[in-house]
Structure formats: structure tokens, C-alpha cells
Design a protein around this ligand. Structure first.
Ligand code: G4P
Length: 526
């Protein structure tokens, strides 16, 4: 197959949701369709069990298993589909944010009973920053849940997505009879446990067709007709361009555990989802069909097992063809590197890959050469953009508990931050170091790893902060005035960028009011 054929058959996406909405179940059903796994239950391991929330070693162990499901690839209708796994555990939200920089589109799963939940809101916000195309799958229609129209309103309000329902439920819970696929103009009857037969899919191009009444009963048919009229009036017809630009999100209804509505979702996905998209670098826009290879590291997984203390850097291919054992430029280190064992992971299988194409992700065994965001190319000095740091939500001062190991502590902290475990800030006035994380778990991970990998010891001191804001200002005088007035709240991130540490939402509000020319950003790239 030619390079361009390989490129145009890639579809790389992530599934995001609040825990328990059904992400794992949906992933599994998609993989079953693609023949990538043969039995249900094979990807359960990518889910960190709820019972383990306070035991970070147990979570790390499970996370170790989840490396195997970092990228799940399968073929479907001649396309190569890459699902990038996003950890559902909220303490690893930053891992998920970064993974979202490596996808070209997203499917978000929403529980019909719970509606839009907190984690989904945060993740969709990250997608919106990059106008990532999003498909919504409303799950668990076999249970009673919210009214479908109310849910669409909730999605529009909370997720700030314009929606276009491409399927519509006929009943719900006990009365759930199936969905009407507005995209393909077909009625699909619900059979529990995936027992769908061909005759359960009925072509109904015109909803006034009496066949509809015959199949779902007069009452349900009348309701569907009414709903369809409202849908026609309220929601615009589907426009693929709008979807690709992130302006509108198609919505599907189904039940993942019953394997219902999943094939419709997948069939539509393969038709509309984007192939590998161009990526911005500081220097220029990189097109996927460029001959020369380029890619970036979006995730680093460190194995905490002392017997196998290796790291795997995950590289998204952005352009050209990546080949095993060929010399490439590690741009930040300005040196050539070649990779003898680039690996793809699938369920519990690891495979060495000889070549990979834009949209693919390969795992590179790493002994400490990579940082999140590193670029590798065929020679050109490029720096991929769009891999920002996000404001942490928990902060603690970090103290050196063993003065004889200061060097080790500093080295350890620096390397762990490069890996993306947490973020380090240094106070402007006191020079004190602050660790910021999304989840409390990371504090334990850092302490443990500093001790076991670097022989350094640290203690923490509580610090009550709301969020960290990267600041910018076009007016030097206004910036100086702000910095003079708020010196005590200022810090630098590891790249030396200025950060305002807001103690509360109110403190931020005051800073905004008093310093109108200063801009406050929740991410390091704005
Ligand atoms: P997550 O990855 O988003 O966290 O969710 P996951 O797929 O693990 O699903 C969470 C729970 O919801 C699971 O039940 C799963 O079986 C159930 N579920 C998924 N899809 C549907 C659906 O369409 N309808 C219904 N009724 N339930 C669904 P569990 O009891 O927590 O786990 P398990 O013992 O079934 O694995």
C-alpha cells in the first residue's frame, strides 16, 4: 500500500467520559467489531478499579497493565482505527488531557441517567480548546434516564457543544424499543445482550410509513413522529464540515453493554471522522502527507517495578513514515537517535513495529531521554505546539527531608516533572518549591519514587491555593505594576514562565479587576 493510502486509512481518536458512564464497555464492543479481541472482558484491565482509590501502588500496578491498552488498533471496513486510551481515574486527568493532544477526534460517552458529569465537562473543555471534532454517545438506554430533549439541552449548556442528533430513542428503560437512525433512515429494534438480527434493522425513509406503527406500536410511533418534527425544527441538518471544525457534535443513543447502537456509531464514525490532521509547530504547519517523518511525545509511562525500571515514551506520528532502526533527530537534544524496538501494544500482546504512519502511536523504550512534548524528526528543527500544561488543582510545598541528598532531590523532581507526573513552581520571593497536581495520589507517587529511584527524601506542607494562572500582558508598565503589587503570589513554572497563584476564585477576580490589562490563562499555551 502506498504512503498516501496508508495515511488516508488512519482514524485516531479517544473515548472520554466520567467514570462509570461506559467507556470501557464501549471500547470493548468496538474492538469486538474490529476483531481485535475475541472475548468480552479483554480490556477490562484498562480500568482502575474503584476499590483501589487510596492505594497508589495498587493503582500503579493496574496502570502498568493499562500500558497494554494505551493504543488499541483494529481494522474496520478497510480503515485502521487507533483508539487512544484515556485513564478514567480523575487523579490521572492530566495524562488524559495530554492524550487528547494526540487524537484527531473524540467520542464522549454520557450516562442517560446521570447526564453530563464533572469529568466529562473538563475533558470536553480541553477538546474545545483545539476544536477537536466530538461525537456524543448517550449510553444505558436500557435503563430509565433523563428525557432525551432535556439531555440535549444539558449537553449544549454544560459542554457548550451544538448538537445534531443522528439517532433518536424509541422509549427508554423498560419501554426501550430501539432507535431511529436519522442518518441512515433506519429503525433499529432493541434486542438485549447484542442479539441483533438482520430483520431488526428496517429501512423507514418516511416516518409516516405504517410499518413503523407495526414495529413499535401506535403510541411509540406517534411519539417518534412528534419528536422527529421537533428535531427537524430545532436542530440543523447534519453538516460534516461543521463537525470537522468542531462546531457541531452528532449524537447517538444506545446501550454499550447490550452492544446496541454501537455498530451505527462505528459506521457513522468511519464515514465522518477525520483522517490524521495537520499539526502546528512553532515554526510552521506540518501536513500529514509530507514525505519526511515527524512526531511528538505526548505521554511517558514509568514502570515502578524496581526489577523493570524502564520507561515508555508514546510517540504520535504526525507526518511521513516512521521506520525502525533509522536515525532521527531528537530536536531538544540536537542529536541523532534510532529505535530498535518501537512497540505497539494490543490487549496483552506487544509487537515490534517496523514502520508506522501519521495517526499511529508507537511506544519507545526510554532510559530518560524524553520529556513530554519532545519532537523527533527526519532532520528539521520543529517544535510541536498544543501540548500545554494545565493548572493543577492541588498544591503543596515540598521540603527537603535529607540535606545530604539535595542534588538527588532536585534531579528527581526535575525528571519526574519532565515525565508529567506533576508540575513544579518556584515562588518568586522565597524561592520555595511547590508541587501542583490534579489528584492527591501523585503526591504519594512522587515521594515514593524520589526515595526508591533517586535516594532522596521529601516532606510536604499544606498550601491552600485555588488554581495557577499563566499570565501575559502586552503593556510592560501594567505588567510591572501587577508584579510589584502581587509579588507574594507570583511563581515561575519549570520553563521560567510567570504564574499567578490564586488563593481563591475571589482573589483571581480581584486581580482581574485591579489589573485589567493582564490576562490570566489556565493553560501554559494560550
Ligand atoms: P467506564 O469505563 O466509563 O468507567 O465504565 P464501564 O464501561 O466500566 O461501565 C460501568 C458500568 O456500567 C459497568 O457495570 C457496565 O457493565 C455498565 N454499563 C455499561 N454500558 C451499559 C449499558 O448500556 N446499560 C447498562 N444498564 N449498564 C451499562 P458494573 O456493574 O460497574 O461493572 P461490571 O461488573 O458489569 O463490569
Amino acid at each position: 500500500m502506498s504512503f498516501l493510502e496508508e495515511l488516508s486509512r488512519r482514524r485516531t481518536f479517544g473515548i472520554i467520559s466520567h467514570p462509570d458512564a461506559g467507556k470501557t464497555t464501549l471500547t470493548e464492543k468496538l474492538l469486538l467489531f474490529g476483531g481485535a479481541i475475541q472475548v468480552a472482558g479483554a480490556v477490562k484491565s484498562n480500568k482502575i478499579k474503584r476499590s483501589a482509590t487510596s492505594d497508589f501502588m495498587e493503582i500503579e500496578r493496574q496502570r502498568g497493565i493499562s500500558v497494554a491498552t494505551s493504543v488499541m488498533a483494529f481494522d474496520y471496513r478497510n480503515l485502521k482505527i487507533n483508539i487512544l486510551d484515556t485513564p478514567g481515574h480523575k487523579d490521572f486527568a492530566e495524562d488524559t488531557y495530554r492524550t487528547l493532544t494526540a487524537v484527531d477526534s473524540v467520542i464522549t460517552v454520557i450516562d442517560v441517567a446521570k447526564g453530563v458529569e464533572e469529568q466529562t465537562e473538563k475533558l470536553v473543555e480541553v477538546c474545545r480548546m483545539r476544536n477537536t471534532p466530538i461525537i456524543v454517545f448517550i449510553n444505558k438506554l436500557d435503563r430509565e434516564g433523563k428525557d432525551a430533549f432535556d439531555l440535549l439541552d444539558e449537553i449544549e449548556q454544560k459542554l457548550k457543544l451544538k448538537v445534531c442528533p443522528l439517532s433518536w430513542p424509541v422509549g427508554m428503560g423498560q419501554r426501550f424499543q430501539g432507535v431511529y437512525n436519522r442518518y441512515e433512515k433506519k429503525l433499529v429494534l432493541f434486542r438485549p445482550h447484542g442479539k441483533q438480527e438482520e430483520e431488526d434493522v428496517i429501512e423507514i425513509t418516511d416516518l409516516s410509513d405504517p410499518e413503523l406503527d407495526k414495529r413499535v406500536g401506535e403510541r411509540a410511533a406517534a411519539e417518534l413522529r412528534d419528536d422527529a418534527n421537533v428535531l427537524e425544527e430545532v436542530y440543523p441538518a447534519f453538516d460534516r464540515e461543521d463537525y470537522l471544525e468542531g462546531r457541531v457534535s452528532p449524537v447517538f443513543f444506545g446501550s454499550a453493554v447490550n452492544n446496541f447502537g454501537v455498530r451505527e456509531l462505528l459506521d457513522c464514525f468511519v464515514e465522518i471522522a477525520p483522517q490524521p490532521l495537520p499539526r502546528h509547530t512553532e515554526e510552521r504547519l506540518v501536513l500529514p502527507n509530507e514525505e519526511k517523518f515527524s512526531g511528538f511525545v505526548f505521554k511517558i509511562h514509568a514502570n515502578m517495578d524496581p526489577k523493570h525500571r524502564d520507561r515508555i515514551a508514546f510517540l504520535r506520528i504526525c507526518s511521513g513514515r516512521f521506520q525502525r532502526n533509522v536515525n532521527y533527530l531528537h530536536v531538544r537534544q540536537a542529536r541523532q537517535m534510532k529505535f530498535s524496538n518501537p512497540t505497539s501494544f494490543m490487549a496483552d500482546k506487544k509487537t515490534v513495529v517496523d514502520e508506522a504512519y501519521p495517526g499511529d502511536v508507537v511506544g519507545l523504550y526510554d532510559s530518560g531521554n524524553f520529556k513530554i512534548g519532545d519532537t523527533i524528526t527526519e532532520g528539521e528543527s520543529l517544535h510541536f505546539k498544543g501540548i500545554p500544561s494545565f493548572s493543577p488543582e492541588q498544591f503543596r510545598y515540598v521540603n527537603n527531608a535529607d540535606p545530604l541528598k539535595t542534588k538527588q532531590l532536585n534531579k528527581g523532581l526535575e525528571e519526574l516533572m519532565d515525565e508529567g507526573v506533576a508540575q513544579l513552581f518556584t515562588r518568586e520571593i522565597s524561592g520555595r518549591k511547590i508541587v501542583g497536581t490534579v489528584g492527591a495520589l501523585q503526591f504519594d507517587v512522587i515521594q515514593y519514587r524520589l526515595q526508591h529511584e533517586y535516594g532522596a527524601a521529601c516532606t510536604y506542607e499544606p498550601l491552600n491555593l485555588y488554581k495557577a494562572f499563566w499570565v501575559s500582558c502586552d503593556d510592560d508598565k501594567a505588567l510591572k505594576e501587577f508584579l510589584d503589587r502581587r509579588k507574594r503570589d507570583m511563581a515561575r513554572d519549570k520553563y521560567g514562565n510567570l504564574v499567578f497563584l490564586a488563593e481563591s476564585a475571589w482573589a483571581l477576580q480581584m486581580a482581574k479587576e485591579n489589573h485589567g490589562k493582564v490576562e490570566f490563562h489556565l493553560t501554559s499555551e494560550y
